[in-house]
Design a protein around this ligand. Structure first.
Ligand code: ADP
Ligand code: MG
Length: 353
């Protein structure tokens, strides 16, 4: 319905797009680009209340360095909102940070990308949190849809596109056509699981205890899903489980590939089973356009090649895969037709405030 007041507000408003990721939250402001890129981490003192002591990069720096009474929470770690209050505080913090940077943005319209596994109650919670933080309108879109838009796929057309979004906590696979998700899978195996596998590998093969940060660093430096043109060595630092002393050793990219092979196979299976469920007409479209990879996990060396080999389709890494979701929210802010087609309705059990 056309409202002159809304139209007027729209002229002055700066709209905001948010990728509420399991590992990282990114915020886009219309006319400014991506202005926030911070870990989805909140530090709280669980004995007191859930008022955050720190959020984002500051909270992540506190991990492992804090007194015992402070804990760092990743409220979306598994792609579901494990802690609603903490998620709301985090969202509020990021929206306020935007206000601080650009002066108070009057009544922004906010589009938020949410993991596709979240429940009705959780959607309502995110929606309410955005409204409470001052949003004039809050719209939700599912992350795979946002990722597909950000990757430049023709989501609203009568042709099928497939997106594979590999984040920290979840891998989301979706076939999209005519503005809707036709077939999808969300599995809780992605980048974090690969890090865990590297930790396990070092422990069981070398009696070396390494931390999560180290595991992630070596995965990024030398992890892969397909033989590399040139295999390489990286150094691994940790604590020797036998002597209890610090130890540094070299590990090869071949070993790292073996270490993370369980997660990689699980991702391959998720893609294959999604393809098996896809109607044949749509598979034909996919054979024509190929399959796009998004999310930080898309940057794992050789993952595109491995998936190409396993699916017999062209699988490619989208441009700037880590920002696909937030850029997708940004595009849907600018193109209201797209937003109208793809947004997730929030069913209110009660009247909105
Ligand atoms: P989310 O959307 O869940 O917040 P992201 O899309 O930001 O997650 O991806 C984060 C994951 O991507 C982390 O597990 C990180 O280790 C992984 N990642 C980032 N860069 C690379 C890389 N070059 N190679 C392999 N994994 C990577
Ligand atoms: Mg993501």
């Amino acid at each position: 319905m056309f409202s002159p007041l809304r139209a007027l507000l729209g002229l002055f408003a700066r709209d905001i797009g948010i990728d509420l990721g399991t590992a990282t939250t990114l915020v886009y402001v219309r006319g400014k680009g991506i202005v926030i890129n911070e870990p989805s981490v909140v530090a709280i003192n669980p004995k007191k209340n859930k008022i955050p002591l720190a959020v984002g990069a500051e909270a992540k720096r506190m991990v492992g360095r804090t007194p015992a009474n402070i804990v760092a929470i990743r409220p979306l770690k598994d792609g579901v909102i494990s802690d609603f209050d903490v998620t709301r505080e985090m969202l509020r913090y990021f929206i306020h940070k935007v206000h601080e940077q650009f002066g108070r943005i009057p009544y922004p319209r906010v589009v938020i990308g949410i993991p596709s596994g979240v429940t009705e109650v959780e959607k309502m919670a995110v929606h309410d949190a955005a409204r409470e933080a001052g949003a004039r309108e809050a719209h939700l879109i599912e992350e795979p849809m946002a990722a597909a838009i950000g990757a430049g796929l023709p989501v609203t057309e009568a042709t099928a596109s497939m997106i594979i979004d590999i984040g920290g906590g979840t891998t989301e696979v979706a076939v999209i056509s005519l503005g809707g998700i036709v077939v999808s899978r969300s599995v809780r195996i992605a980048g974090d699981e690969m890090d865990d596998e590297v930790i396990q590998y070092a422990r069981s093969n070398y009696n070396l205890l390494i931390g999560e940060r180290t595991a992630e660093m070596v995965k990024i430096a030398a992890g892969s899903a397909f033989p590399l043109p040139e295999e390489r060595m990286v150094s691994l630092r940790g604590r020797d489980l036998v002597t209890g002393l610090p130890r540094s050793m070299d590990i090869s990219s071949v070993e790292l590939r073996e270490a993370i092979s369980g997660s990689v196979s699980a991702i391959v299976e998720a893609v294959k089973s999604t393809l098996e469920e896809t109607p044949p007409e749509l598979v034909a479209d996919l054979m024509h356009h190929g399959i796009a990879l998004a999310g930080g996990g898309a940057l794992l060396a050789g993952l595109d090649q491995r998936l190409t080999q396993e699916t017999k389709m062209r699988v490619y890494v989208a441009d700037d895969p880590i920002t696909c979701v937030v850029r997708g929210t940004g595009i849907s802010l600018e193109e209201i037709d797209i937003l109208n087609q793809v947004e997730v309705p929030v069913q209110y059990a009660r009247a909105p405030r």
